[in-house]
Design a protein around this ligand. Structure first.
Ligand SMILES: CC(=O)N[C@H](C=O)[C@@H](O)[C@H](O)[C@H](O)CO
Ligand SMILES: CC(=O)C(=O)O
Length: 297
């Protein structure tokens, strides 16, 4: 049963909108790969039980509709992270991802890999991704170094969700791992085109919830190649993000944008985050509506 008071305060998860949201992403945004319980999903603000319920519901609703559901299972507590990894494996997640622990932090590559290995080994058949997001974790260990010999430690290692602006690090990761079949999924949406130019294979980010279709058109243009068209899309995506970043843009504001674009209520964020203001919503909506996309939309 739904407790609307708790949902409206961000104290309760609402599983009932996930089914509708899967259909929305597939039909309206052309998005068929989902990253659950990460940054945008406020995974680190949820209880272990809630994270399991969400992962289960996404996998259940995504069956026959989505290609991949990757579950973020990172946590500060190693046993909790291992528990989440076993759970993700048991429900049939297509992959798991882990951020660096960010209270007591690993101070070097070996300490970080040892932590990741202890989580990955709990889900032995499941592709493992390192989620590199130094602006939020404060763990700035270069990925290029981390990848050196990682397959020997973590046989399921499959790639990186790379949410950092350091394109030299990303380029070196790609350059040095040509023979591996690693996936480099970029996560700074405002400069995805730069990451594609150095060889990123995909993207995971908050804006694909509402700009997934436009970003897919950018990817198509880049692949064609029609670089002028790809640039046009990146510039317009950047115009929107630059505008909202100046207003103050985080997960709460992303939820508000996701709500007004999709029409599906995303609910408030959980404390300590606070709802986007009505003023933000009005300005962001006007800005998004004003953009003249190359596909005539
Ligand atoms: C810090 C953060 O939330 N990063 C997201 C992905 O990891 C991005 O998708 C950003 O939200 C996006 O690039 C907008 O700045
Ligand atoms: C934005 C993103 O990729 C995440 O929610 O983790």
């Amino acid at each position: 049963s739904l407790n609307w008071k708790k949902i409206l305060q961000g104290l309760h998860i609402n599983l009932s909108v996930i089914r509708q949201y899967v259909d929305y992403l597939v039909s309206e945004q052309n998005v068929k790969n989902i990253f659950v319980n990460g940054t945008t999903g406020e995974g680190l603000s949820l209880s272990i039980q809630e994270r399991k319920q969400l992962a289960e519901e996404w996998v259940r609703q995504g069956k026959d509709k989505l290609d991949h559901v990757i579950v973020h299972v990172g946590a500060l507590s190693l046993p909790e992270s291992q528990d989440l990894a076993r759970h993700a494996a048991a429900i049939g997640a297509s992959g798991i991802a882990v951020i660096a622990p960010f209270f007591f932090k690993p101070t070097n590559k070996d300490e970080l890999v040892a932590f990741l290995q202890k989580v990955a080994s709990e889900a032995s058949g499941v592709p493992f991704y390192y989620y590199h997001i130094p602006p939020l974790t404060g763990v700035k260990i270069r990925v290029e170094e981390l990848l050196d010999g990682i397959r020997e430690q973590i046989p399921t290692f499959q790639g990186v969700k790379f949410s950092d602006t350091d394109l030299l690090d990303l380029a070196q990761c790609i350059n040095k791992n040509e023979s591996e079949q690693f996936a480099f999924l970029y996560g700074v949406d405002e400069q995805l085109l730069g990451a594609l130019a150095v060889g990123a294979n995909g993207a995971v980010g908050s804006t694909y919830n509402y700009l997934g279709r436009k970003t897919n058109l950018m990817l198509q243009a880049f692949a064609k190649p029609d670089h002028a068209l790809a640039q046009k899309y990146q510039f317009l995506i950047g115009e929107f993000l630059n505008f909202v970043i100046k207003l103050g843009f985080g997960v709460a504001q992303t939820k508000a944008v996701m709500t007004f674009v999709s029409g599906i209520p995303m609910g408030p964020p959980r404390p300590p985050l606070v709802n986007a203001s009505e003023e933000f919503i009005a300005k962001a909506k006007a800005k998004l509506d004003s953009i003249a996309w190359p596909d005539g939309d």
